[in-house]
Design a protein around this ligand. Sequence first.
Ligand code: SF4
Length: 395
Amino acid sequence: MRLRLCQEAVSRLAVQTRQAKKTRNAECAHSGGTRSRVALRPRAEALLSWYDRHCRILPWRAKPGERPDPYRVWLSEIMLQQTTVKAVAPYFMRFVTRWPTVRALAAAPLEDVLRHWAGLGYYARARNLHACAKAVMERHRGEFPSEEAQLAALPGIGTYTAAAIAAIAFEVRTAAIDANGERVLARLFAVEAQLPAAKGRIRSLGEGLLPPTRAGDFAQALMDLGASICTPRNPSCVLCPWMRACLACRRGDAETFPRKVPKPEGQRRRGAAFVLLRANRAILLRSRPPEGLLGGMAEVPTTEWTHNFDESAALAHAPRPQCVPLRWRRLPGVVEHVFTHFPLRLTVYLAAIERSTVPAPQGTRWVALSELADEALPTLMRKVIAHAISQRSPL
Ligand code: SF4
């Protein structure tokens, strides 16, 4: 009986989805087909007037009439790379409260910046952020340059970010097209070429649409349209200011754009992590090397992370404080984490020392559990520690 109800619900859902698609296609076909046999040319004015009514209120955006602050524009653009607006907002506020200017950020110790970045991921960005702040102080006397080429020569600023800062902070007439914008333009012009090779083509299509003024608003309007209307799934074409000009909408296959070369799935790596507690109040941590994956971040000691991890030899890599016999316990379950290029699976070992005076082995340090929040712990390590702490037994 329950199975039948489920099947009915699934088929009802399938019918509703088909109907929604038909309606969307019909709406697109109507606007493009009945009123005009030839697709209209998309106009920047239509997008800008939509933006004037519907732009998102974001903590890094200048209010109407205000001049955008290049520091805030740059900081937000770096934080938003590969990360959602929702995740970035609290980090952005924390950063600008602590370091309100590029000068203040450049003067901060890198460890402090990494600590405040912890949890936001893609940690190379934090190191580049700090290096870029220093470079702005040294090369440009604390003022961000307005030219794209000079911006792109700074650490951590790529082609898109340079264009975004130039357009938004300095009103340079340039096309700043992020992933949201790429999706919108690929659909608008039904670009058949696949990303990433199609980036140049999409950018020049974007350049062709640039308005004579308001380059910053145009860039942000494209971002907002992609984020709220022209979404990866179920775009709300009926609400789109470019519906009558959109080729993909007229064809009814908007969701299939942008075309992309399928990403090869990274091979899983495995390893072991060692959580050592001292008198149940402190945990043994170390810092990762400054370069490479999670560079400079804090971690519990681990084995290497490899494709051919041999778990029977894992304990040979466990930390060994002098003169203290340890009983490592392999905890049930594993910790899974996905990096950009590979998924990782860690088994977790836990041991505890009753004495509170045991010194940390070379290259490691004891950190009070009550002060863990101040450490630059990446999300992976937070998961490992939470996994271990939830299973510790009282000493
Ligand atoms: S929302 Fe629809 S009409 Fe607008 S650009 Fe995207 S696919 Fe085209």
